[in-house]
Design a protein around this ligand. Structure first.
Ligand SMILES: Cc1cc2nc3c(=O)[nH]c(=O)nc-3n(C[C@H](O)[C@H](O)[C@H](O)COP(=O)(O)OP(=O)(O)OC[C@H]3O[C@@H](n4cnc5c(N)ncnc54)[C@H](O)[C@@H]3O)c2cc1C
Length: 495
C-alpha cells in the first residue's frame, strides 16, 4: 500500500462508502480509512432501513434536496451493486380526528419537495392494512418510499469501490490533519494510529464524530453533533405483523415510531428519539422499550410481544447546522461543503436521517464540488459499476442449490439453522474483496445469527470456520474486533 493519495475519506459508513464508490469512476488515488474492524459499523448499522420518499424533509433544506435527488437513484444502484431494495411505498397514518389535519401538512410538504403523494381514507387504509387501529382517521400514501438492506448497500458500495481501485484501511483511526508548511491553512493529509498519509483532499464522513473532525480542521467551531438514540424491537419473521411501511404522524424531533416489514421478512418496531451524551452508548433501556411498544401498538394494537426476538439501538448524528436557504428557519440541516477558510477539505456533517437515503446524491454532490474547486475528474475507461453478489443459498431454487452443492459441498452444510446460511456462504464472505474477519462481519453479509436463536447454534461453528480460513487460533476470533474475542482460554487440548 502507498502512503500518498489524491483523496482520503475518513469514515466507512454509507456516506463514506457511497462517496468512495462514486469517486472510483475517476483516475484518482483514493484511500478510505475506518477505525473499526469492518465497514458499516456506525449509524449505518442500526436504523429503520427506509428509503425515504421526501415528504418528511423541510422544503428548501439540503436534506430535502438530497433526499429527493437520491430516492430515484436506488433502483439502478441496487441493480448495479446487487443488494436488497424494494420500492414498497410508505404511509403516514393518522390516529384519531385530531391527527387528521397534519396529513395535509405533509401532503403539502411532499408537493413542495416534488414527490407524488395522496391522502387515502380510513376505510381504504384499513383495507390495505387490516390490523390497524380502528381509530385510524386517514393516511398519506407516498409511492416512492421503499425499504433497503443498509448493511448490504454499504458493503456492496465499499466492495465496488475497492474493485475499482480504492484502498480501504480498516482499524485506522484519524487523529489529526497534516498541514502544508508553505501555504496557509492547506490540509495535505492525515495522521492516524497506523501512520501518516498524504493527499490533496480529505473528506470528512465520520458520522457521529464529524464535528470533532471538522473542529480539528478549524471549521465550524459552533457545530455540535448530539447522539440521538433510537431503540427498536425486531419480531420473528414467522409471525408476519404488517404488510406495509407505516409511520405515525411525526413528532417535533423525529419521524415517530414506525411499524414496518424488513426485506428479510421480520417486522421492525421503533425508533424513539432520546438525546444522550455518549456517542458510543448503544444500550437499550427499559423505558425506551416501553415507549416503542406503546408507539407501535398505537398504530397496530395487535402486535404480539411474544414474537419479539431481538432489541437494538442506533445513534443518529444529529447536527445543529442552520439551513443555508435564508427563507428557511431550520437548524438541523446537513453540512455538505468545501469550507472557504481551509484548503483541501470536504466537509460532510450532521448526517442524521435521511442520510442513508441521501447518500448516493451526497456522493454525486461531492464530485460536483471537487470539479468546481478545479479538480480534474478524468473518467476511467475501465470503471466497472457492477458488484456481483455472491450466492444466497436460501434464495435459490432446489435445482440451483443442487448444482451449487455439487460444485462445492460446503454449500450443503447449514451452519445457521434459523436463517438457513451455509458454510459455503460464510467461506465466500471470508474471501470476498473486503474479507469478513469477525462474527459480526459475517452476520452483516449473510444475515446469519439474526433469527430466533440469535447465533446460539451457529457461533461455535463460525468461530471454527473463521479460524480455519484465516489461519488463526480460535482464541483470536472476535465478535467485532480486538477486545471482543469469544474464547479466553483452552480447557483441554484437541484429541
Ligand atoms: C435510529 C435511526 C433510524 C434511522 N432511520 C433512517 C432511515 O430509515 N432512512 C434513512 O435514510 N436514514 C435513517 N437514519 C440515518 C442514517 O442511518 C444515518 O444518517 C447514516 O447511516 C449516516 O451515515 P454516515 O456514513 O454519515 O455515518 P456512520 O455510519 O456513523 O459512518 C461514519 C464512520 O466513520 C467512522 N469514524 C468516525 N470517526 C473516525 C475516525 N476518527 N477515524 C476513522 N474512522 C472514523 C465510524 O467508525 C463510522 O464507521 C437513521 C438513523 C438512526 C440512528
Amino acid at each position: 500500500m502507498r502512503s500518498e493519495y489524491d483523496i482520503i475519506i475518513i469514515g466507512a459508513g454509507v456516506v463514506g462508502c457511497m462517496t468512495a464508490r462514486w469517486l472510483s469512476r475517476y483516475a484518482l488515488r483514493i484511500l478510505l480509512v475506518e477505525r473499526s474492524s469492518d465497514v458499516c459499523t456506525g449509524a449505518t448499522a442500526a436504523n429503520s432501513a427506509v428509503v425515504h420518499a421526501g415528504y418528511h424533509a423541510v422544503p428548501g433544506t439540503l436534506k430535502a434536496e438530497m433526499n429527493i435527488k437520491a430516492n430515484p437513484m436506488w433502483d439502478l444502484l441496487s441493480e448495479e451493486l446487487q443488494f436488497g431494495f424494494a420500492r414498497t411505498g410508505a404511509y403516514i397514518v393518522a390516529v384519531g380526528e385530531e391527527e387528521r389535519p397534519k396529513l395535509d401538512m405533509f401532503l403539502d410538504r411532499a408537493q413542495k419537495n416534488g414527490t407524488p403523494a395522496q391522502i387515502i381514507s380510513a376505510k381504504e387504509m384499513r383495507r390495505r392494512e387490516p390490523g390497524l387501529n380502528s381509530e385510524v382517521s386517514g393516511a398519506l400514501f407516498v409511492p416512492a418510499g421503499g425499504i433497503c438492506d443498509p448493511w448490504g448497500a454499504t458493503i456492496a458500495a465499499a466492495e465496488n469501490a475497492v474493485m475499482n481501485g480504492v484502498e480501504l484501511r480498516l482499524g485506522t483511526e484519524f487523529k489529526d490533519f497534516l498541514w502544508s508548511g508553505e501555504e496557509a491553512r492547506r490540509i495535505v493529509g492525515i495522521r492516524t494510529n497506523q501512520g501518516r498519509f498524504t493527499s490533496r483532499w480529505v473528506i470528512n464522513a465520520a458520522g457521529l464524530f464529524a464535528d470533532e473532525v471538522m473542529h480539528k480542521a478549524g471549521v465550524r467551531p459552533e457545530f455540535r453533533i448530539t447522539p440521538r438514540r433510537g431503540e427498536y424491537f425486531v419480531m420473528d419473521r414467522h409471525q408476519i405483523q404488517v404488510q406495509n411501511v407505516l409511520f405515525p404522524v411525526p413528532t417535533a424531533v423525529s419521524k415517530g415510531i414506525l411499524v414496518t416489514p424488513t426485506l428479510h421478512g421480520n417486522t421492525l418496531v421503533g425508533p424513539n428519539a432520546e438525546n444522550i451524551e455518549d456517542k458510543t452508548d448503544m444500550d437499550v433501556t427499559p423505558e425506551g422499550m416501553n415507549e416503542i411498544w406503546d408507539g407501535g401498538r398505537k398504530l397496530v394494537p395487535g402486535l404480539d410481544r411474544r414474537h419479539v426476538i431481538a432489541v437494538f439501538a442506533g445513534l443518529r448524528p444529529a447536527g445543529n447546522a442552520p439551513c443555508l436557504n435564508p427563507d428557511v428557519n431550520y437548524h438541523h440541516d446537513f453540512v455538505i461543503d468545501i469550507p472557504e477558510e481551509v484548503k483541501g477539505f470536504v466537509n460532510l456533517g450532521g448526517m442524521e436521517s435521511p442520510a442513508l437515503t441521501a447518500a448516493p446524491a451526497i456522493a454525486e454532490r461531492v464530485i460536483g464540488m471537487l470539479r468546481d474547486a478545479g479538480e480534474t475528474m478524468a473518467p476511467k475507461t475501465d470503471w466497472n459499476p457492477i458488484r456481483p453478489a455472491r450466492p444466497v443459498f436460501r434464495h435459490l431454487t432446489h435445482e440451483k442449490q443442487a448444482v451449487l452443492v455439487a460444485e462445492d459441498p460446503r454449500y450443503g452444510r447449514v451452519v445457521c439453522r434459523c436463517e438457513y446460511v451455509t458454510e459455503g456462504e460464510i467461506v465466500a464472505e471470508i474471501h470476498a474483496p473486503i474479507p469478513a474477519t469477525t462474527y459480526d462481519a459475517i452476520k452483516r453479509r449473510t444475515w446469519l445469527g439474526t433469527g430466533r436463536c440469535l447465533g446460539g447454534f451457529d457461533m461455535p461453528r463460525v468461530v471454527d470456520i473463521l479460524a480455519r480460513e484465516l489461519g488463526k487460533d480460535p482464541l483470536e476470533i472476535s465478535k467485532k474486533g480486538h477486545g471482543s474475542e469469544f474464547l479466553f482460554r483452552r480447557t483441554k487440548e484437541a484429541g
